[in-house]
Design a protein around this ligand. Structure first.
Ligand SMILES: Cc1cc2nc3c(=O)[nH]c(=O)nc-3n(C[C@H](O)[C@H](O)[C@H](O)COP(=O)(O)O)c2cc1C
Length: 342
């Protein structure tokens, strides 16, 4: 029977359980240089000690003005790569696997003097007006994503997640609300497709590419899950292999409601993508109740579940969930130093 504590494997990625820590910005770079600090080290390594199957490092950006803020992580130089490598090595030493989310904030880059986007459509009056990237600049941007992915591979990450969700740059290209282009990138999935292809070209054959997508937009006129499934099909064709199903972030909350606050609010979106494409998916969103997380796997709504805020509260969330459920492989999961606690 599929279960939260059964192993999961896809190509060269072998996880001891189905529990994922999703990317969560820490805004904790101290020198505005995009380099991971001691905070990041403690933050990620403690979740490895806590039994998490797969840890996904927060939104890590391909250029300085691609960051939400100057305190976000970057991956455009070797110093940044080497700081991340220390985290990767320590996470591995504690038995977890680790991926990284590669991103560009586009029009949501708050410290960029003039943020760039797929068009000059502003997020809202509180954000700066972006300028539309030229065709050549879009092509250069694809190269920047590729360079960051190359550094991530060199740092030893086990998988790459491309951020196509939450209204950041790739999402800005594939949403008709923000893509007002007249060039070849008017084709909504073209930019994302080229980013995926460029990433795959520098990734080892057996390393999976995870694509995070907002499977529903909440702004007026936003797309729904059927459109998201069509987007995922295009991205799958480009080389995306595992889909991480989130929603929203594309603009101010409009008439179409807002993301739910109830347990498992995005599971129906994950289930829809999984069943339409027959691809592995990660479900996320208020899944921090162990029974619900387990049922999400058992009911085949998703292959993995991510627990975000639950892991901010408790780095040992997976150990607790294991104790609550049927203690499969508890001896192997719980560090011997902590065993008395369980
Ligand atoms: C502090 C914080 C930072 C976040 N940063 C990111 C991020 O860097 N990239 C991303 O795709 N999602 C980000 N998210 C969204 C989470 O990955 C996750 O999808 C969301 O919190 C819902 O899951 P949860 O209910 O388990 O917390 C962030 C969420 C929080 C709470």
């Amino acid at each position: 029977m599929e279960h939260l504590f059964t192993p999961y494997a896809y190509k060269g990625l072998h996880l001891k359980n189905r529990i994922v820590m999703p990317p969560m910005c820490q805004y904790s770079v101290t020198k505005e240089d995009g380099v991971a600090t001691d905070w990041h080290f403690q933050h990620y390594v403690s979740r490895a000690v806590g039994g998490t199957g797969l840890i996904i490092v927060e939104m890590t950006n391909v250029e300085p003005d691609g960051r939400i803020s100057n305190r976000c992580l970057g991956l455009w130089n070797e110093t940044q790569r080497d700081a991340l490598k220390k985290i990767v090595d320590a996470v591995h030493a504690h038995g977890s696997k680790i991926a990284i989310q590669i991103a560009h904030a586009g029009r949501k880059a708050e410290n960029a003097e003039v943020p760039v986007s797929a068009s000059d459509v502003q997020f809202d009056e509180h954000y700066r007006k972006p300028r539309s990237l030229s065709t050549d600049e879009v092509k250069l941007m694809v190269k920047k994503y590729q360079q960051s992915v190359k550094y991530a591979v060199e740092a030893g990450f086990d998988a790459i997640e491309i951020h196509g969700a939450h209204g950041y740059l790739i999402h800005q290209f594939h949403s008709p609300l923000t893509n007002k282009r007249a060039d070849e990138y008017a084709e909504l999935t073209r930019f994302g497709t080229e980013v995926i292809q460029a990433a795959k070209a520098v990734m080892p054959e057996d390393m999976p590419l995870i694509f995070r997508i907002s499977a529903k937009e909440y702004v007026d006129g936003g797309y729904d899950v059927d459109t998201a499934i069509a987007l995922c099909k295009a991205y799958e064709k480009a080389g995306a292999e595992i889909f991480h199903i989130s929603s929203g972030g594309e603009g101010p909350i409009g008439s179409r409601g807002k993301p739910g606050t109830h347990a498992g609010y995005q599971v129906p979106l994950a289930r829809a993508v999984k069943h339409a494409l027959k691809v592995p998916v990660i479900a996320v969103g208020r899944l921090d109740d162990a029974q619900l997380a387990n049922a999400t796997i058992g009911n085949e709504d998703a292959d993995m579940v991510a627990v975000g805020r639950g892991m901010l509260r408790n780095p040992y969330w997976a150990l607790e969930a294991n104790a609550t459920l049927n203690k499969i492989n508890q001896q192997e999961l719980v560090p011997k130093q902590y065993f008395a606690g369980f």
